[in-house]
Ligand binder design. Structure first.
Ligand code: UPG
Ligand code: MN
Length: 733
């Protein structure tokens, strides 16, 4: 192919309507300035009550403004990417690179084996030559049941892969496919095959579920595969040698073919060594072990990482990703391609605001323009050399066809034994693993930190959000799980901000300024707690004593306040609707905004400070992927699940009650005051308080009106009532 014939493998388009956005943003900024002028010129005298409350509010508003400005960085110039898979195929079909897919699981009770193998099967069935595809499963649970499920899946794949390719079905996770395709299929051949495969799948599912439920693997099965013997040395999931089983391997094992004699992808099970005296570094540790093991077995130059609950929803994602990584002109600098996280189990109005809609649809394209999206874990394609620490240089070039020819020839047994060493506890001692090589250790969001380090080594990244989503996972289905997940995320993010990797310092001169600021959008999630807490507590407590913290209704100064609020929320609603959300979903999102900021972020903030002072230790609370039947039912009905007592719920209940008391008190004051003085003085404050009450409606329901198991625990009801009452008495005196 000559140079002048160059046809790009992907193209980038810039969003339109930027002028309108500019006008909006500038007008809001003018409004904010007017608010500040008001605050600066109307400060209550030192003798007046409420001077401190006023100053605090001012500080909160300064913070909100700062944060709002930061979020502008990811809204300025969104860009969208489009791939040309046909061109890629024309040029490279004969020399496609090997791709190694790394899947992580950590606990067979929280992450059921049948779910894990559905994910694995969807990935094995990618539209890609199977001899170039390897799938690795890291099992931090070291579970026999997960291993057993993987064995079952390897048998089932012999039917599943030919079927899904022959009829080009989507999605290729059997469970998702069978639950989505219920209408009678037009093609009689397909209908027949589909139903017989469905029976095979159901049988497999039953065997796996039964074994897991009984806690026992049939003796017959145990005898059939040597792999089970490895569990003779396992004393617990925290204490065992490396377990490594090559289940399918292309080229060496004549049995690794499907029913049509086509090769199957390589499939490997790994439970890295665990010893109580060695820290295992959670998912980052698991991925690094997989990186090494895979480099020994298949050494694909392209790595895809997915969580065990994120099945592939689009069999062409891999080819999409290769368009970004293999373009002759534009790919040189691209280190990774991040797909957004999408979820399969969302309800219509997304009660817990798990869809990450705005992040995927607005912020990801925005970040992409600024230097590349963050690496957020699952659904990310990497160049192996980059993940293993390579710096970007101008002469950077990967010869994909060459990298393809590394072939290991020893027997499977020898391969297994040599690979085991790579996944041992001591292997990483005195190496750069966890620092300069692989995923970085020591942060609850290891992926974000690793992505930042990669970008600071000169690389860029690309975000890709195809119409048919690339991956679908499971979002948490209870309030508490959601809050805990966000605590982990915001805690990790803040930790990065306060570490030597703070993008504003570490990134200086390495990544563009706008990119540094975009990072802060997420890294500064947690500190939002202070200003938000202040805003939802202090103004409403001040109502009782008639302390006014906002301009009078009759004053013209009220206008900038009203404008900023209307413009900001009007825009936010518009943005949400444009991205395909519903009004109710937006409202739920606003609620979760308050909930997260007053609980998850508060805990994350205090924990991070404690960690810095050396008082707290790192942990990783896995997000549950299964729930009890009644919990699931309430989730589907979008009834908020409060459930078990927790300090987080305590905070939520107390804030909601305090505001309710204030609001009722305020209404009484307004009604008794025939000259409308109170209303004039406190209108905005009462409105704010009323909004907090409105947004907390599900909390009152959970506190007082619901009878089901998901209601607020009784202990929380008492505690929060007492605290709210005491707060009011204190505020009155
Ligand atoms: O010790 C551990 C802990 C977790 N995991 C795996 O890590 C993945 C993510 O865990 P999950 O509980 O699902 O957390 P989420 O909050 O849903 O994960 C999001 O946030 C993580 C960072 O906190 C990212 O790494 C993930 O890709 C992203 O989906 C799962 O596959 C786990 O099996 C391990 O392999 N070992
Ligand atoms: Mn998850």
């Amino acid at each position: 192919m000559g140079k002048d014939e160059y046809l790009p493998l992907f193209e980038t388009r810039v969003a339109r309507g930027r002028i309108v956005y500019l006008v909006y943003a500038v007008s809001v900024m003018i409004g904010i300035c007017a608010v500040f002028v008001y605050r600066a010129t109307h400060l209550p005298a030192a003798t007046q009550a409420g001077r401190w409350a006023w100053m605090g509010l001012f500080m909160a508003e300064v913070w909100f403004t700062l944060y709002w400005l930061i979020t502008q960085s990811v809204r300025w110039t969104p860009i969208y990417r489009y791939t040309f898979k046909d061109r890629h195929s024309q040029r490279y079909e004969k020399v496609l690179p090997k791709v190694d897919i790394l899947v992580c699981t950590a606990d067979h009770t929280v992450e059921p084996p049948i779910m894990v193998v559905n994910t694995i099967l969807s990935l094995m069935a990618y539209d890609y030559p199977t001899h170039n595809l390897s799938v690795y499963l890291s099992d931090d649970g070291g579970s026999e049941f997960t291993f057993y499920a993987l064995l079952e899946a390897s048998h089932f794949s012999k039917y599943w892969l030919p079927f899904s390719k022959k009829f080009k079905i989507e999605p290729r996770s059997p469970s998702a496919y069978f639950s989505k395709v219920c209408q009678p299929l037009d093609d009689p051949v397909m209908a027949q095959e589909s139903s017989s495969i469905k029976t095979l799948y159901e049988d497999m599912k039953k065997r796996i579920d039964d074994a897991t439920k009984l806690g026992q693997i049939p003796e017959q099965v145990r005898k059939e595969h040597k792999g089970f013997q490895e569990w003779d040395w396992v004393s617990s999931k925290y204490d065992h040698p490396t377990i490594l089983q090559v289940i399918l391997i292309d080229g060496r094992d004549p049995k690794a073919v499907d029913i049509e004699q086509e090769a199957l992808p390589t499939l490997v099970y790994l439970a890295r060594e665990k010893r109580p005296q060695y820290h295992h570094n959670f998912k980052a540790g698991a991925l690094n072990a997989l990186l090494r093991v895979s480099s020994r077995i298949s050494n694909g130059p392209v790595i895809l990482n997915v969580d065990c609950d994120m099945y592939s929803n689009n069999s062409e994602s891999l080819r999409d990703a290769l368009c970004f990584l293999m373009d002759e002109e534009q790919s040189r600098r691209i280190a990774f391609v991040q797909f957004p996280q999408n979820f399969d189990n969302l309800t219509k109005n997304d009660v817990y605001s798990s869809s990450l809609r705005i992040i995927s649809e607005v912020e990801l394209p925005g970040l992409d323009a600024n230097g590349g999206p963050l690496y957020i874990g699952t659904g990310c394609f990497h160049k192996r050399v980059v993940l293993c620490g390579r710096k970007y240089s101008k002469d950077e070039k990967i010869d994909w066809s060459l990298e393809n020819h590394t072939k290991v020839e020893e027997s499977t047994h020898v391969l297994e034994e040599t690979c085991k060493i790579l996944a041992s506890c001591t292997y990483e001692e005195n190496t750069e693993w966890g620092k300069e090589m692989g995923l970085m250790y020591g942060c609850p969001v290891e992926d974000v930190m690793t992505g930042l380090a990669i970008q600071c080594r000169g690389w860029r990244s690309v975000g890709f959000n195809p119409v048919r989503k690339g991956f679908l996972g499971l979002a948490p289905t209870t309030l508490l799980q959601t809050l805990v997940q966000h605590q982990r995320w915001s805690e990790g993010d803040l930790q990065i901000f306060l570490s030597k990797y703070c993008p504003l310092i570490y990134g200086r001169g390495k990544i563009p300024l706008k990119h540094q600021i975009s990072y802060c959008c997420y890294l500064l999630w947690a500190p939002n707690c202070l200003a938000t807490l202040y805003y939802v507590v202090v103004p409403s407590l001040c109502i009782h004593r008639g302390i006014s913290l906002f301009p009078k209704l009759s004053s013209p100064w009220v206008l900038p306040f009203v404008y900023v609020i209307l413009a900001k929320y009007g825009y936010s609603l518009g943005e949400f609707l444009c991205c395909g959300g519903t009004f109710q979903e937006w409202w739920n999102d606003q609620r979760m905004w308050v909930f997260k900021r007053t609980t998850s972020y508060l805990f994350a903030f205090t924990n991070t400070i404690l960690k810095l002072l050396g008082f707290a230790k790192a942990g990783f609370a896995l997000t549950a992927k299964v729930a009890d039947e009644d919990v699931s039912l309430r989730y589907e009905q979008e009834i908020m699940e409060f459930g078990a007592p927790s300090p987080m719920l305590n905070i939520l209940a107390t804030i909601s009650l305090a505001n309710l008391f204030s609001f009722v008190g305020a209404l009484k004051m307004v009604i008794m005051d025939s000259q409308f003085i109170v209303l004039d003085l406190l209108a905005l404050q009462i409105l704010l308080c009323g909004l907090v009450v409105l947004i907390n409606l599900p909390v009152y329901e959970g506190l007082f009106f619901r009878k089901d198991k998901g209601r607020m625990p009784t202990s929380i009801v008492y505690k929060s009532v007492i605290i709210a009452v005491v707060a009011h008495i204190l505020a009155l005196h």
